[in-house]
Design a protein around this ligand. Structure first.
Ligand SMILES: NC(=O)c1ccc[n+]([C@@H]2O[C@H](COP(=O)([O-])OP(=O)(O)OC[C@H]3O[C@@H](n4cnc5c(N)ncnc54)[C@H](O)[C@@H]3O)[C@@H](O)[C@H]2O)c1
Length: 266
């Protein structure tokens, strides 16, 4: 089977919701033991409840907290003997309430601290172990916003561009340790992240007051996707499983654009 992960162990951040949940579920379907980590323990537990047939751990992890990150990585290694796969998925669009506007100082701080430094912290916590074993697969979830200059930029887009640059640099640095580092750029996926965005657009425009927020999401994104449809958490999970598997052993420093073809318009 493509993306065979039987016998492998994985840690996914932000796995209590949306794309992270999709990634955790697909990695488990491919046979990996999965540490489901999230800032919200209840959401992580809910994801764990969806998975059967492979060992799981459900752990509260805040990627902005170095001790939390280090303890989680060490716990996974202690429980399962190894950490083979790290998927850095946790991310935010802004500091909180998106109807307060975008690109405030708090948004620059939050997107940098969570989306960029959170990825760096998790990599640095896992790398000594992966380097010692000369084995590791790191998958960072960036965004179409990180490479496109066609759509609105700002704090979120810049944070995702930083993830892509970090991914390439780390891949070059770790290639001699047999560690693959790649990224995935999703386009638009209907998750809490997009629900908050649609609600903020609705709050800002009285003409949208009676509209269903999922319809607002489709109105915004379907027309910019050459394939005419948004992506699902499982679409992202399948690419993550491939990149985390030996099928992708000679791929490093790359980004898979799972975006319905948006990259073709850039
Ligand atoms: N949904 C999209 O359209 C889309 C598009 C491109 C990229 N992305 C990226 O995909 C990733 C997942 O987004 P999503 O759409 O599933 O969003 P989501 O809001 O549904 O899920 C994000 C998860 O991250 C967790 N999280 C937030 N801060 C955290 C922290 N400090 N430590 C640990 N966990 C934390 C949240 O609790 C949540 O479970 C993000 O990096 C996002 O930027 C999403």
């Amino acid at each position: 089977m493509l993306g065979d992960l039987r016998g492998k162990t994985a840690l996914v951040t932000g796995a209590g919701s949306g794309i992270g949940r999709g990634i955790a579920t697909v990695l488990a379907e491919q046979g990996a033991s999965v540490a489901i980590t999230d800032l919200n323990q209840e959401w992580a537990d809910e994801t764990a409840d969806l998975i059967s047939g492979v060992p799981t751990l459900s752990i509260r992890l805040d990627v902005t907290n170095s001790s939390s990150v280090d303890e989680t990585v060490q716990r996974v290694i202690a429980e399962w003997g190894a950490l083979d796969i790290l998927v850095n998925n946790a991310g935010v669009a802004s500091a909180g309430d998106r109807s307060a506007g975008k690109n405030r100082d708090a948004d620059w701080d939050a997107t940098y601290e969570i989306n960029v430094r959170g990825v760096v912290r998790c990599c640095e916590a896992a790398l000594p172990h992966m380097q010692e074993r000369r084995y590791g697969k790191i998958v960072n979830i960036a965004s179409m916003a990180g490479h496109s200059a066609r759509r609105s930029g700002g704090a979120y887009a810049v944070s995702k561009a930083a993830v892509l640059r970090y991914t390439r640099g780390l891949a070059a640095e770790l290639a001699s340790s047999n560690i693959n580092v790649n990224a995935i750029c999703p386009g638009a996926v209907w998750t809490r992240f997009q629900q908050a965005g649609a609600r903020a657009r609705q709050a800002a425009d009285p003409a949208l007051a009676d509209r269903d927020i999922e319809d607002l999401f489709h109105d915004r994104y379907d027309p910019i996707m050459p394939l005419g449809r948004p992506q699902t958490p499982e679409d992202i999970g399948k690419s993550a499983a491939f990149l985390a598997s030996e099928d992708a052993r000679n791929i490093t420093g790359q980004c898979i654009h799972v975006d319905g073809g948006v990259i073709l318009r850039d």
